[in-house]
Design a protein around this ligand. Sequence first.
Ligand SMILES: Cc1cc2nc3c(=O)[nH]c(=O)nc-3n(C[C@H](O)[C@H](O)[C@H](O)COP(=O)(O)OP(=O)(O)OC[C@H]3O[C@@H](n4cnc5c(N)ncnc54)[C@H](O)[C@@H]3O)c2cc1C
Length: 396
Amino acid sequence: MAVQKVLIVGAGIGGLGAATALAQRGVDVDIVEVKPDSHVLGVGINQPGNSLRALDTLGLLEECVSTGFSFAGNDYLDWNDNEIVSVDSGLGDERVPANTAITRPALHGILKSAAERAGASIRYATTVADLVDDGDGVDATFNDGSTTRYDLVVAFDGVKSPTRSLVFGPEVQAEFAGFGVWRLQLDRPAELRRAQVFQGISAKAGLIPLSEEHMYMFLVVPEPGNPHHDPADFGDLLKTRLEGFGGIMGQIRDAIDGPEGIVYSPLIELVLPRPWHKGRVIVLGDAAHTMAPHLTQGAGMALEDGIVLADEVLTDRPIEEALTAVSAQRYDRVKLVFDISHAILEAEMQVTAETLPYAVAGMRAELPGQTAFFESKLNAPFRTPQLRTPQPTIGN
Ligand SMILES: Cc1cc2nc3c(=O)[nH]c(=O)nc-3n(C[C@H](O)[C@H](O)[C@H](O)COP(=O)(O)OP(=O)(O)OC[C@H]3O[C@@H](n4cnc5c(N)ncnc54)[C@H](O)[C@@H]3O)c2cc1C
C-alpha cells in the first residue's frame, strides 16, 4: 500500500471522520489539533440523510441516531407563525433517517471515540510549523520542534486553514457573506417534532429538535461590515435582532435575559478551485469549501470528503492520480450545495415588508419542488462504486 502513514491536521468533524475511515482500513494515522483539548463550542448540528450515510460507512449510524433526534422534514411559517408550507424530506431510506439533529459535543465525542478505537492517535495543543514535500513523502515539523515523515498530509483545519495558506498561498481566503447566525439551545416544547423555519423581513429564524428535552433556535440576519460583537452583549444583540417576530420566536425573544449559551457565527464562504492538493498535501472539509449552513450540509460534505479520500488513496496507483480523483469526485457535489445554500441565503435576506407576501407565495409554490431536486442529488451515492472498500471491520 503506497499510503501507510498519514497526518491529519485538525480534530474537527472532518478530521476525525477521515482518521476513522483511514485507520479502520489499516492506515497509521496521527491527528494534530491546535486546541488544548477536545472541548467543542456550539449548540446543535443537523445531520441530513447523506451525512448519516457517511456516518454509517464509519459504523456510527446507530450511535448518532440513538443520541440525537430524528425528524422527517421542515415546516415553513412566516414570522407571525402563519403556516406557509410543510415539506417532507426525501433524504434517507428505510434504514437511514431523513435528518438527525445532535448536540455538537455529542457528535464530536462519537467521532473522537471512533477514531481512537480504530487506532488513530490525537495530539492536542499541537500544530504544524512546516511541511517539506520531497515527492516521496512529507516531513512535518510540529510546534514542539519534532519532525515526522508521512506518505500523505490531510488538512481538515477549518475555514481559516493555515495549511491551505501554506500550500495555496495566503491570498486564498474565505469571504464574509454579509450575514451572521445567532444560535441558542432551549427546552423543546413537546409538539416540536420537525424543523420549523420562520421567514421575516431581512431575517430568518428556526427551531430544530435536538433531543427529548432540547431544541436549538437559530437566527440569520445581515451583519454589515462583519462587526466584532462582545459576548457580554449577546443577549441584547439577539433580542434586538428578533424584533418584529411574533409567535413562538417572539416568546423566545422576550424570555432572553442575558448572553448565556448564545453563540454567534459570521457567515463566510469559499470553494477552493480544483485540484485541492499539491504534491502529497490535500485540503478538505471547511478548509476547501465553506458554505452558508442553509442545507445543514457542511459536516456531511466534510465526512464524505474523508471517506472518498480513503477510497481513492488506498487503491493501487500513483498518489498524484489518487488525489486528483478526490477533488474531481467531490467538486461538483460540493459546488451544488454551495450554490443552492448561497442562493437561499441571498433570497431570504432580500425580503422586505413589501415583498413578504410574494416571498411567501413563492415559497409555497417552489419549495417542495426545489427541495425534491437538490435532495435527489444528495441522495445519489457519493462514492465511486468500484472503489468502495468493504464495510469496516476494525473499531466498530
Ligand atoms: C452557524 C453554522 C451552523 C451550521 N450548522 C450545520 C448543520 O446543522 N449541519 C452541518 O452539517 N453543518 C453545519 N455547519 C457547518 C459545519 O459546522 C462545518 O462544515 C464542519 O464543522 C466542518 O468540519 P471540518 O472538520 O472541516 O472543520 P472544523 O469542524 O472547523 O474543524 C477544524 C479543526 O481544525 C482545528 N485547527 C485549526 N487550525 C489548526 C492548526 N493550525 N493546527 C491544528 N488544528 C487546527 C480547529 O481547532 C478545529 O478543531 C454549520 C456552520 C455554521 C457556521
